[in-house]
Ligand binder design. Sequence first.
Ligand SMILES: Nc1ncnc2c1ncn2[C@@H]1O[C@H](COP(=O)(O)OP(=O)(O)OP(=O)(O)O)[C@@H](O)[C@H]1O
Ligand SMILES: [Mg+2]
Length: 457
Amino acid sequence: MVDGPPGPPGLAGSGDRSVGIDADCAPVALGEVDLSAHSPMPTGIGELDRVLAGGLLPGSATLLGGEPGTGKSTLLLQALAAMASSGRRCLLVAAEESAQQVRRRAGRLGTDVPGVFVVEATRLPQVEAAVASLAPDMVVVDSVQAVSDVDVPSPAGSLAQVRACSHGLVSLARASGAALVLVGHVTKEGALAGPRALEHLVDTVLSFEGDRYSSLRVLRALKHRFGATGETGLFEMGEKGLTGVPDPSIFFLGGRLVGAPGSALTVPLEGYRPLVVEVQALVGRSSPVPRRFVTGLDPGRVGFLVAVLEKRAGVPVGDCDVYVSVAGGARACEPAADLAVCLALASSLSGQPLPAQMVALGEVGLGGELRQVNGMPKRLAEARRLGFGDALVPTSAQRPTRPEPGVARDRRRELPASTLRQALALALGAGPAQLPGGAPGTGTRAAPVMGQPSGDQ
Ligand SMILES: Nc1ncnc2c1ncn2[C@@H]1O[C@H](COP(=O)(O)OP(=O)(O)OP(=O)(O)O)[C@@H](O)[C@H]1O
Ligand SMILES: [Mg+2]
């Protein structure tokens, strides 16, 4: 150890700071840093690799968080098996389940392959010993909350234990070169000790989401030191495990009833990926205490849109029971879906279907104005890819229509509207003069044209 106070070498009274520093700490010119050991190892699960920007890096640490039962263990067992099939050595540290339970799951998933090893371990030194003896390329610890360290005077699963063990496991990954994946449980409130407190310790934080009534699962990167965080992976959960959904728009539109009133198409962004989804609305009878049932959208936002529809476009839905959902378990919790929600509500109320080949994109403001949304070109491109050639868009978002190579000009039709009232007129055929309240955006009320009595005013 260094005697005397620390300080830069060569300065009076600084002592010799070079003592004890080994050769590994010698600075290297940036251009000479060896990158060969740092290329990602594909896991072999396409949707997972998409979120990881190619795969897992040797020596990296990834935290996979998710609510109980979403399929974290399933996803990682499939990833371990896929990695092992490409000749890598993989270790599953089963801290919550027995090796027999893991084997049974592997049998059901068809992931009972050579190259995947399992160890039942709940103590940090046991995990360290298993990694030292197997020298794996990938290690999964399921879950980090079930591992403890006797040197930490706190119960297993406590924040202090989770932090200490995670620190030890991340150091183990760095030293051994294994790609480490920690499973962390979170509740809806994010209350359980662990994942949020560990985010700074690991390189990558993945969140696995899905609700128990839908087979759809969404994988998101909340933090990623080696790539972008906007990518998402989509899976369907079945008896044989998780299957990637390579064309989610087709998945979400399956079973769509073309020409039904109350159905509007929009294109939310799931990460960087545009998806065409169907917003469905059903407007019930008016009641003294109108009810709102919302799935896949922000309920507060739907309430806001109901009020704007009524006040700014004269569509009398405010006193009615309103049911709105995004079909197929998809979500459209962004303002870009506002216009489609309003169109679906107006269509349901009038009983008049919207044009079957039309998507609607635009944020609706409090004044009933339509506002631009981000990522418009890629949203429109996805709609066109699936044959939805007409797009109702805010006037401010309209671009000069220069045909793209391979896309015939007449297949692209952007219908610009600057207000919700104009958009309703374009989509449902009522001209502005026929709409209630006179000029767009005045907010005054007259007899509605959407097929409902006006007694609610
Ligand atoms: N036999 C089966 N057939 C179809 N699906 C199944 C079957 N067994 C389990 N599943 C699905 O797998 C899910 C549980 O998967 P898994 O154990 O991977 O989740 P998890 O996120 O690791 O859960 P936990 O938080 O309890 O560890 C169940 O919710 C169910 O959807
Ligand atoms: Mg599990």
